[in-house]
Design a protein around this ligand. Structure first.
Ligand code: PNS
Length: 163
């Protein structure tokens, strides 16, 4: 049973994240999407809200579960008997941060591998940050997120429908 952990802020889940989850689900026996409780950023959605939004979007993937974690990622991976961590890599600009994090995690636990997965090219410009900005300014986010996430953004940002 090969388990991979896909950690992140997911504030909120985008179609790019979903693409990575679907790819990981085809490669591993078990995928745990791990929502970070203690990110350094000020999140728009609570960890529980982010978890629920992901769960709605992955209900067709029987080997994927969603969890909330806090503390060190490497400790969480061990606790889940995980073999690897997956991170999405969209562009060269992601690389330096991801490289640093992967090597630091290896320093903390040399048994945990980090694998990078490229989402579909059409999602390479997509980020939760931009989605929130577009939704906040009344733009149409439907090409970038699931209908549930779009609705949650509209509710959170106090707009009638975010287009
Ligand atoms: O989606 P993000 O915000 O890029 O995800 C970053 C995340 C949550 C994966 C990273 O901040 C993390 O692993 N946090 C847990 C704390 C930890 O282990 N920090 C040391 C990383 S080298």
């Amino acid at each position: 049973m090969r388990t991979v952990i896909y950690p992140g802020s997911f504030d909120p889940l985008t179609n790019g994240h979903l693409d990575v989850i679907q790819r990981a689900a085809r490669l591993f026996d078990r995928v745990v999407v791990a929502v970070a409780r203690n990110g350094s950023k000020q999140p728009l959605f609570s960890p529980a809200e982010r978890k629920t939004l992901i769960e709605h979007s992955i209900s067709d993937l029987t080997n994927v579960t969603v969890d909330i974690f806090e503390g060190l990622l490497v400790e969480y991976v061990e606790q889940q008997s995980g073999h690897a961590v997956i991170r999405g890599l969209r562009a060269l600009s992601d690389f330096e941060y991801e490289f640093q994090m992967a090597l630091m995690n290896r320093q903390l636990n040399e048994h945990i591998e980090t694998l990078f997965m490229m989402p579909r090219a059409s999602y390479s410009f997509l980020s939760s940050h931009l989605v929130k900005e577009i939704a906040g300014l009344g733009g149409d986010v439907s090409p970038f997120v699931t209908p549930e996430v779009k609705e949650a953004l509209a509710a959170k940002l106090g707009q009638a429908g975010v287009n």
